[in-house]
Design a protein around this ligand. Structure first.
Ligand code: GLC
Ligand code: CA
Length: 558
């Protein structure tokens, strides 16, 4: 028997090529999950040490945010080397061990691919900066002469997500010539020129590298931005044309151009060479009409649908959004992706505990002091929302810590902020560190059990109340409910269909799945009578047999 057959036999994975369609997927932000060596930074051995915990969540897959070598100008989304592990996080051998152990218990692994830009420390960018204008090395990125008599002005008016201009003069990175390079994010994240076939080849090599190691899927960062209109002379931004909500019909200047799908068709060919085929999910901030193009079976196969991230916890908005999202996913034979939190967003428990009229950006800038936060009702609504989403047809992506009902950390002192969204953006956004604070595993001890040393972002005292240790002992905690719901869900998942049932209150939604799995959510109404049936789980206890506001119940009907 060959060695590979032996390995395959030991894995707990099925060969079902549709395993991803209704999967429960958990996002790990590796630097903040668990720290094995006490240096304050989460690492791969930390993840390995928490495999029993991941198992207790009955997950189908985990997605790891970047763990590649990086100087952390953007939390690891500035990649120095796409085919290695940051020495602070471990080694490739650690990665293989982690993958093998996760596979053994039936959990698949997604890695994050960041194809729009590398870091400024990537070997190609170092070569480009050292090389002359017009060189092969520079042609892998987007270098241009500036405007103005001496080229002292950026080539166009393009803006960056993190800094005012999307152009930085090469001298800032040690270049000796007079060109500018383009970066849609931080200056430490130079954009590749995807019109250069060498770039395309290099990424196919990276995807093959991880696929051959046994990685099951890829999350594609900023999947809409690879192709840009680089025809000369470069166009200034026509703001109207490029706004995603207006729909740019495949012809945007900086993003969502039709040519990008040619790249993904090439990736699909590679994915389909594996058994089961490798899968991918696109992060594409585009007009919703364009999402099916990224989620096509001929391209990436699945695409994040971010609409619930900003949906108020309210029945009519939830229902409309579900219907629209399902219709959209069906357009290209993909399945819906439900997600309410990730490493870029204010934690949803916090959003749901704030008065919806509050401007969250200024609230965050006030360190969460300008308006009161009702942590308890936020956590309760968050749990009700999660059970609602977990019962829908499709795939759910969850973010580490949401299973603890964790809130955003709003008061990180300025001196400890890491996020370029704050640091490079004239401090007009507090940034995303508040959802990236290392997890509380215990209620006391150094860094709440995250590791034996400190934590790379400060943890607040209230983390003690949200620790795994504490919640494990409480059958009504968020963690206990997540565990139970995810375990039940594994058995309940059925055909990707949904039927809505009439309720006597506009603030109550009730739907069922073809196998008699019912889900009812009371958003804001007075306690609502529980329909007949066998209760499987409640996100919050019933009150005298009725469903209180901010509660979801799963039940079955004979
Ligand atoms: C994606 C990531 C975000 C990162 C950005 C640039 O939006 O989710 O964290 O800052 O891309 O790579
Ligand atoms: Ca560590």
């Amino acid at each position: 028997m060959s060695k590979t057959t032996g390995v395959a036999k030991k894995s707990g994975l099925s060969k079902d090529k549709n395993w991803w369609r209704q999967a429960a997927i958990y996002q790990i932000y590796p630097r903040s999950f668990a720290d094995s060596n006490g240096d304050g930074i989460g690492d791969l051995q930390g993840i390995i040490s928490r495999i029993p915990y991941l198992k207790s969540l009955s997950l189908d897959a985990v997605w790891l945010s970047p763990f590649y070598p990086s100087a952390l100008a953007d939390g690891g989304y500035d990649v120095d080397d796409y085919r290695d592990v940051d020495p602070k996080l471990g080694t490739l051998a650690d990665f293989d061990q982690m993958l093998k152990e996760l596979h053994k218990i039936g959990i698949r692994v997604f890695v994050d691919i960041v194809p729009n830009h590398s870091s400024n420390l990537h070997i190609w960018f170092k070569e480009a900066i050292a090389a002359a204008p017009g060189s092969k090395a520079r042609s892998r990125y987007i270098f241009r002469d500036g405007r103005g008599i001496n080229g002292e002005l950026p080539p166009t008016d393009w803006v960056s997500h993190f800094a005012p201009s999307a152009w930085t003069h090469e001298s800032k990175m040690g270049g000796k010539h007079n060109q500018w390079y383009m970066h849609w994010f931080a200056p430490e994240q130079p954009d590749f020129d995807w019109d250069n076939p060498e770039v395309e080849k290099e990424f196919l090599k990276t995807l093959k590298f991880w696929s051959d190691r046994g990685v099951d899927g890829f999350r594609i960062d900023v999947a809409h931005a690879l192709k840009k209109d680089l025809s000369e002379p470069l166009r200034n931004l026509d703001v109207f044309e490029d706004l995603p909500e207006r729909g740019n019909k495949g012809k945007g200047i900086l993003a969502d151009r039709d040519e990008v799908f040619k790249i993904y068709k090439g990736w699909r060919k590679l994915f389909d060479q594996y058994d089961p085929p490798r899968v991918a999910v696109a992060e594409a901030n585009v007009h919703s009409n364009r999402l099916p193009l990224y989620a096509s079976t001929k391209t990436l196969g699945q695409c994040f649908d971010f609409r619930f991230i900003d949906t108020p916890f309210e029945a009519s908005a939830y229902k409309t959004n579900v219907q629209d999202a399902l219709a959209l996913a069906a357009k290209n034979k993909s399945s819906s992706t439900w997600t309410i939190s990730n490493h870029d967003q204010i934690r949803h428990a916090t959003k749901m505990g704030l008065n919806p009229a509050v401007d969250r950006r200024s609230w965050m800038l006030s360190n969460g002091t300008s308006h009161p936060l009702d942590m308890k009702s936020g956590s309760q609504n968050a749990l009700a929302a999660t059970l609602f989403l977990l019962a829908l047809p499709g795939c759910t992506y969850m973010y580490q810590g949401e299973e603890l009902g964790l809130h955003e950390v709003t008061d990180i002192p300025e001196s400890q902020i890491q996020d370029p969204q704050y640091l490079k953006n004239n401090k007009i956004e507090k940034g995303r560190d508040g959802c990236r604070v290392p997890l509380p595993w215990t209620s006391s001890g150094s860094s709440f059990g995250f590791g034996s040393g400190g934590a790379h972002l400060p943890q607040p005292q209230w983390f003690a109340d949200y620790s795994v240790e504490k919640e494990e002992k409480d059958p009504l905690s968020a963690l206990s409910i997540y565990r139970k719901a995810l375990e039940l869900r594994k058995k309940l998942v059925t055909k990707e269909e949904i039927k809505w049932h009439k309720t006597n209150d506009l603030s109550v939604l009730h739907f069922s799945r073809p196998n008699g799995w019912h889900c009812i959510t009371n958003f804001r109404a007075a306690a609502y009578p529980m329909p007949k049936g066998e209760i499987l789980i409640t996100s919050h206890p019933l009150v005298q047999g009725k469903i209180p506001a901010g509660t979801t119940v799963w039940f079955t009907k004979k």
